[in-house]
Design a protein around this ligand. Structure first.
Ligand code: ZN
Length: 197
């Protein structure tokens, strides 16, 4: 049975708090009309403080920028914009230029991301979080007429890497948003099609 069948999802009007990362002005600018893909992530971190700290870290010294999605959604449904749409954020290999990244606060495999014995993602996404996500996507669909696809990070990056506990066993580099994300409930409530490549 669907975990949300007794509490059906429904879009809520999103309230978006602008809280840009310190380096957004150094991210590459782009025309919003080039955006056609929304990518769903989870942070695989314990809380907002840890996620923000990670987002602010500089991973690309030549440009002075780091890794982050455009939006961050807390478990209580709060939405923050960390990167504006007219900047290319680093959140998914190979698809950054055309996409918007949306991060959901969820522990995922934290703190043993690449331990072959710890590959289950058990934390549920919350109802307020999912309703905010649906509201945000629907708002973006209006603001960005070129937006038409949606994908999970795990579907766009299928890289396998040696696990930290046993290098002969390989694990997925990316698993987010993972098996707890209720695609079947979300897709009927948005105007985007599932991206395949
Ligand atoms: Zn991701």
């Amino acid at each position: 049975m669907s975990p949300f069948s007794e509490r059906p999802l429904s879009a809520i009007e999103p309230v978006i708090v602008r809280n840009h990362l310190s380096y957004v002005a150094r991210l590459k600018p782009r025309e919003p009309a080039t955006i056609d893909l929304a990518v769903i992530h989870c942070t695989e971190l314990p809380d907002r403080t840890a996620a923000r700290k990670f987002g602010e870290e500089i991973h690309y010294p030549e440009s002075g920028t780091g890794n982050s999605g455009h939006y961050y959604i807390e478990q209580n449904g709060g939405i923050e914009q960390w990167v504006p749409e007219d900047r290319v954020a680093h959140h998914v290999r190979g698809f950054n230029e055309r996409s918007i990244g949306i991060e959901l606060d969820n522990r995922g495999r934290y703190p043993s991301w690449f331990d072959s014995r710890q590959q289950k993602m058990t934390e549920r996404y919350t109802l307020p979080q999912l309703n905010s996500l649906i509201g945000l996507i629907n708002r973006l669909s209006v603001q960005l007429p070129s937006l038409q696809w949606i994908a999970g990070h795990e579907d766009l990056d299928r890289t396998r890497i040696p696990s930290t506990d046993n290098p002969s066993v390989f694990v997925n580099r990316k698993m987010d948003p993972g098996p707890q994300f209720p695609w079947k409930e979300v897709i009927p409530l948005i105007n985007l099609k599932v991206f395949s490549h």
